[in-house]
Design a protein around this ligand. Structure first.
Ligand code: GSH
Length: 199
């Protein structure tokens, strides 16, 4: 059975838990406190981070890489497009999100108020810019839920927690977020800590 080493407040682990529940197969989640990590995490991941996925002889890290593997190993429902060009575009979007938005997440937790404020402002702007994409369709890639939605949802879930409030012009994005949060897999994948992050 697949084992996911996951942080109960970790946004990146949340992505993988979400995808595992979407697939509805057997897996085990082992809770790891990222701040007092057991040594085994650094043995499995040279960067010493969760999430880490172990499937028999295979050990993987990096949430998006783990999620693509889960998607290919359990193809139903498929979360990446089948068409090679659309698949490449989805990967590019995931890359853009990491570079533009998720690279700022660590700074949100900084003790330096100036640094965390700058990160909050940057994330708020970048998320608001996504509104036109989601105004035309149910999910980020169209009418089907996809990997892109799974990658983004854990951050949208944490907006109150990070004290980020989006402007009224991002109403369609927040409506989309509620649509994703209402999925059964999303409510099942939440850790007790995550359940209380959002009012
Ligand atoms: N890019 C990584 C980020 C993973 C990450 O930042 N994990 C954090 C917890 S949310 C962690 O394990 N931090 C512990 C550390 O850096 O020592 C991914 O997508 O999996």
């Amino acid at each position: 059975m697949m084992v996911l080493y996951s942080g109960s407040t970790c946004l990146f682990s949340h992505r993988c838990r979400f995808v595992l529940y979407e697939k509805g197969m057997d897996f085990e989640i082992r809770d790891v406190d990222p701040f007092t990590k057991p040594d085994e995490i650094s043995v499995m991941n040279p960067y010493g981070e969760v999430p880490v996925l172990v499937d028999r002889e295979l050990t993987l890290y990096e949430s998006n890489i783990i999620n693509e593997f889960i998607d290919e190993r359990f193809p139903h429902p498929q979360l990446m497009p089948t068409d090679p060009a659309l698949r490449a575009k989805a990967r590019l979007l995931l890359f853009n999100f990491e570079r533009e938005i998720f690279s700022e997440v660590d700074a949100l937790e900084s003790n330096n108020e100036e640094i965390s404020k700058q990160a909050r402002t940057g994330i708020k702007e970048k998320l608001t810019q996504l509104t036109p994409i989601i105004s035309k369709s149910k999910f980020m890639l169209g009418d089907e839920f996809s990997m892109i939605d799974a990658a983004l949802a854990p951050l949208l879930w944490r907006l109150d927690h990070y004290k980020i409030s989006l402007p009224d012009t991002a109403a369609a994005l927040m409506k989309y977020a509620e649509r994703v949060f209402s999925r059964q897999a999303f409510s099942h994948c939440l850790s007790p800590h995550e359940k209380i992050m959002r009012r």
